[in-house]
Ligand binder design. Structure first.
Ligand code: BEZ
Ligand code: FE
Length: 296
């Protein structure tokens, strides 16, 4: 539906001309493009004053919902697909140098609001899921470079919600880190650890972004996933997720974070002896994934 553009007023060039004294070339370019696209948008939708005021009230409410624990602006960016687009652009830019590698680097995806810096460094095989609701899951694989060479001492900074889709930060009154840890690969680039099989969950829906999602007629859920930032000296770090292959909402992730290459089968096992020798008296899951990092 294109609104007829009957407005003769053309301020666009006039506004852009005010940037002629801007000495920061990149900032001038970004602001010029922003003004051009904002003006084109207003013309395209024939923006009404009451809609413009509604948008200002909405953005004000988004800001007022932010505090040290809640970042509603990031949620807005996530749910409009902008965060994922910026992540993909950054990865494409960083891996330009690695063009022609045998295999591409592991795909990056959104960081999300639940990263908590400073998770404890734990030994290989540690159980990040101790004291966390959910079914146990054993994760294993390797970290290599894009030529397949193992990266010893690579760091996996891992976090997830629990088996019911709730993060430690969301638990009322909880100040303790749960389902988080940092693990380093062994000399063969191998990693293994225990946690829980993560569940799907809805993004916070009690604020202005939630009202926007409802009004847009969208589903608020993310499919089950575990987050990690994988890094190694001399390589481009990647913030990514592993998605549970048979989770609901893989097709409709509300923040557009799913990449096919990150969907991992979780195999139902046990009760019995797991790959690392741990004996479980209840069923558990196993997931295998190899990460690849591009050289800097
Ligand atoms: C998350 O995966 O933790 C997340 C990402 C974006 C918005 C909300 C949650
Ligand atoms: Fe998450």
């Amino acid at each position: 539906m294109n609104a007829p553009d009957t407005c003769a007023l053309d301020l666009t060039e006039e506004v852009i001309a005010t940037l002629s004294g801007c000495e920061d070339e990149r900032f001038r370019f970004v602001m010029t493009q922003l003004v051009e696209h904002l003006h084109a948008f207003a013309r395209k939708v024939d923006l009404r004053p009451e809609e413009w005021m509604g948008a200002i009230q909405f953005l004000t409410a988004v800001g007022q919902t932010c505090d040290d624990k809640r970042q509603e602006f990031i949620l807005l960016s996530d749910t409009l697909g902008l965060s994922m687009l910026v992540v993909a652009l950054a990865q494409a830019r960083a891996s330009g140098a690695a063009a022609g590698a045998a295999t591409p680097a592991t795909e990056a995806t959104v960081l999300g609001p639940y990263y908590w810096e400073g998770a404890p460094e734990l030994p290989l095989g540690a159980d990040l899921g101790a004291g966390v609701r959910g079914e146990p899951a054993f994760y294993q694989g390797r970290v290599t470079d894009t030529e397949g060479r193992p990266l010893a001492g690579a760091l996996l900074d891992i976090w997830s919600g629990d088996g019911e889709g709730v993060y430690d930060m969301q638990l009322e009154g909880n100040t303790q880190m749960l389902a988080r840890g940092r693990i380093r690969t062994d000399e063969g680039g191998r990693y293994w650890f225990w946690s829980i099989r993560p569940s799907f969950y809805p993004i916070p829906m009690d604020g202005p972004v939630g009202r926007m999602i409802e009004r847009m007629g969208r589903d608020p859920n993310r499919p089950g996933h575990i987050h990690m930032i994988v890094s190694a000296d001399g390589h481009v770090p990647v913030a990514t997720h592993l998605f549970v292959a048979d989770s609901p909402y893989l097709e409709t992730d509300v923040v557009f974070g799913v990449r096919d290459s990150l969907i991992v089968p979780f195999e139902r096992m046990g009760p019995g002896t797991a790959s690392d020798g741990r004996v479980l008296d209840r069923p558990y899951w196993e997931a295998h994934y190899d990460f690849r990092l591009a050289p800097r």
